[in-house]
Design a protein around this ligand. Structure first.
Ligand code: TUI
Length: 314
């Protein structure tokens, strides 16, 4: 299953793991890379030295390529950008903003930069400033999202760019991956399905909530702050949406979501935690190893493309 992205990143399968803050640490990252995808350390909730330690631990667990995701709202982003170069990281993805301030430094060091974008305008800007590829992420994703769906966003970004496009948002099995290829993507980025992998360190309650989620069990909070976030519905989201309706201050609400992500990941606090997950959670029904997940998705993609695409071309 060779594509422009497997060649660019020197990986076996065109599968990237989403950069999930507080969740995607060395165990998950190394498992994804060892299974032939691209594992990505999420620097979202970390400071620069924590990121350096994660990079070192990942290198001990795999000799395959891996990346680092920088959440650009993180106040430590400038220091983390330097650690990337110092530690010889070869791939960086970015989210929740534009990585333009760091591009020169990274490109000079030979880092392949893959910004996550939610619009054609930002995608074009990223191509102009030297991105190697982009992740076009639809609002089916968990966490911080844009406005467009994957189905609408991906083909428009593909048409607007010359560099390869990776599809993200709502992709959790081989049907989703095959569909992404039909839209013109060269790879997929998957987050939610890896949440329930055996190697993922989230609290067991987090995994249970994803496994039992139905199609309509996620909601979008923080629209009023300009940083909408998709999470599984619970007491915290009900309270949050109520405060938003009442027009409470931004600071008050941001504290509630960022702090509560840690409560979800580490404490499994079902009422107070922020359980970020995508709309595809409703499709995810079993805990598996990362290698089993990647193998199953790749095999299913081959089958559906052979069977369903062949039906239309006969
Ligand atoms: O970044 C993500 N997903 C995330 S970040 C995160 S941590 C967080 N928690 C609470 C509030 C905010 C963040 C959890 N999940 N995905 C990539 C992504 N980037 N989705 C949307 C965007 C985006 C949106 C607007 C990127 C750029 C942008 O505008 C940039 C500009 O300056 O024009």
């Amino acid at each position: 299953m060779q594509t422009q992205i497997t060649k660019l990143l020197n990986i076996t399968y065109p599968v990237l793991q989403g950069g999930m803050a507080n969740i995607a640490e060395h165990n998950l990252v190394a498992a994804v890379s060892n299974a032939g995808g691209l594992g990505i350390i999420a620097a979202g909730g970390m400071n620069a030295e924590q990121v350096r330690a994660e990079i070192k631990k990942t290198k001990e667990l795999t000799d395959k390529p891996f990346g680092v995701n920088i959440m650009l709202l993180n106040p430590e982003a400038p220091q983390i950008a330097k650690v990337i170069v110092e530690e010889g990281v070869t791939v960086v993805t970015t989210g929740a903003g534009t990585p333009e301030p760091y591009m020169k430094e990274w490109l000079e060091a030979g880092v392949k930069v893959i910004p996550v974008v939610a619009s054609v305008a930002l995608a074009k800007r990223m191509q102009r400033c030297g991105a190697a590829a982009v992740v076009a992420e639809g609002c089916e994703s968990g966490g911080h999202i844009g406005e467009l769906t994957t189905m609408a966003l991906v083909p428009q970004v593909v048409d607007a760019l010359d560099i390869p496009v990776i599809a993200a948002g709502g992709i959790g099995d081989g049907r989703g991956m095959a569909a992404a290829f039909m839209l013109g993507a060269q790879a997929v980025q998957i987050g939610t399905r890896f949440l329930v992998s055996k190697e993922c360190i989230v609290h067991q309650n987090y995994k249970e909530l994803v496994l039992k989620a139905k199609d309509i069990d996620s909601v979008v909070t923080s629209r009023t702050t300009g940083h909408p976030v998709r999470v599984l519905r619970n007491a915290m989201t009900r309270e949050y949406l109520k405060l938003e309706k009442e027009g409470k201050s931004l600071e008050e609400m941001e504290k509630l979501t960022l702090g509560s992500l840690r409560k979800a990941v580490f404490d499994g606090d079902k009422a107070g935690g922020s359980f970020m997950a995508g709309q595809i959670a409703g499709l995810i029904s079993k805990e598996q190893t990362v290698a089993e997940i990647i193998q199953e998705i790749v095999e299913e993609t081959k089958v559906v493309m052979k069977e369903r695409v062949a039906t239309f071309t006969e």
